[in-house]
Design a protein around this ligand. Structure first.
Ligand code: TXA
Ligand code: MG
Length: 332
């Protein structure tokens, strides 16, 4: 199976990413791989957000991830891989899932499939399924490849905080608790990967993310269902938990909907707001809004304003994921 020509294509993409690393970066990644192999934790950049990684097959190492983040133990982790061959050891891959891997990996797509015994229950939150993803980032791919292990990695924030999109934020959240934070600059997408369930007859979108639903539908040639579309309710355990909401109120509003008597407010959005905000964070488009969202929220809550008005984007492309994160941040 691992010799299929399309799998080779994925391997070639991985090679070409890793080849962009400098000697200095390779040195840091090698150090990270040693830590992973010996059961330790390493924070590393992916194209979406920074991850807090450990050997996915080592239940004790995985326990440390939960402990470090303060994460509920029934919320399963994504296993990060560097080849389809490695993935075959972990989950049962059906042909539609394989199609998605060959088309979109490496990239911001996590695929939920039946888990094989080799994955400790702790990694998959006790579920019979597991999420697998091949991240698109030279550092992440090299870290997995050099350690020769699937890396379980949630976002590298303390539970309840926004996902970190730069190394400095990771250091502030978990830096003191782990041996290595690999700095790879700011992440390209800024929102987490799309999570799709491919275990059933229909593909179900468990979490909108960096890869657009439209792109998945075009490749599969069928509609991708939302969890609420189904009679049998599917959900990602992670969506049960209260998500990050800023320390000050965040209110979703169109530019013209800001109350006349609003005081000391901040605006966050693509359009120009009506009125005079004390702070304004404006984005060129939905892509930039998504990329900067978590950083902007962390900055605005510390900026002295008393409320954030945030523009709600449309649902096309990355807009669906952005809208999802904004609604959660607004506590709706
Ligand atoms: O972009 C990302 O996905 C980042 C980077 C680091 O790769 N990781 C990330 O992990 O966002 P985390 O742990 O914050 O989110 C994982 C999501 C959760 O909502 C979890 O419930 C869901 O994936 N998940 C994992 N395994 C699952 C499974 N077997 N069935 C359903 N949902 C699953
Ligand atoms: Mg997270």
């Amino acid at each position: 199976m691992g010799f299929e020509p399309e799998s080779r294509l994925v391997d070639e993409r991985v090679e070409s990413r890793i080849n962009t690393l400098t000697l200095e970066q390779l040195e840091v990644v090698r150090r990270g791989a040693e830590i992973i192999k010996s059961g330790g934790l390493v924070a590393f950049p992916t194209e979406t957000v920074y991850g807090l990684g450990a050997n996915a097959l080592d239940a004790e190492a995985v326990r440390r991830i939960y402990e470090t983040k303060g994460r509920p133990s029934d919320n399963p982790l994504i296993l990060h891989v560097s080849s389809i061959e490695m993935t075959e050891d972990l989950v049962e891959i059906n042909w539609r899932a394989r199609m998605l891997m060959e088309r979109f990996w490496p990239g911001p797509l996590s695929i939920v499939l039946p888990a094989k015994e080799i994955i400790p229950p702790r990694t998959r939150g006790g579920l019979p399924t597991a999420a697998v993803r091949m991240p698109d980032g030279a550092v992440a791919l090299a870290l997995i490849k050099f350690s020769g292990l699937p890396i379980a990695a949630p976002s590298a924030n303390i539970s309840g905080r926004p996902s970190p999109t730069d190394a400095e934020t990771v250091r502030r959240d978990v830096g003191g608790k782990i041996p290595l934070v690999i700095d790879g600059g700011e992440t390209r997408f800024g929102v987490e990967s799309t999570v799709i369930d491919m275990t059933g007859e229909h593909a179900v979108l468990l979490r909108p993310g960096g890869l657009a639903k439209e792109a998945l539908e075009a490749e599969l040639g069928e509609e991708v269902l939302l969890p609420q579309d189904q009679k049998i309710i599917k959900r990602s355990p992670g969506t049960r938990y209260r998500h990050y909401a800023p320390e000050i109120p965040l209110i979703l509003a169109a530019p013209g909907e800001i109350p006349q008597d609003a005081q000391n407010w901040a605006w966050m959005g693509i359009a120009e707001p009506n009125g005079a905000p004390a702070k304004k964070v404006k984005f060129r488009d939905a892509e930039e809004y998504a990329r900067e969202l978590f950083r902007a929220m962390r900055a605005l809550e510390k900026s002295g304003v008393s409320v954030i008005y945030a523009e709600l984007p449309g649902e096309r492309g990355i807009g669906l994921a952005l809208k999802d994160r904004l609604i959660r941040a607004a506590g709706k």
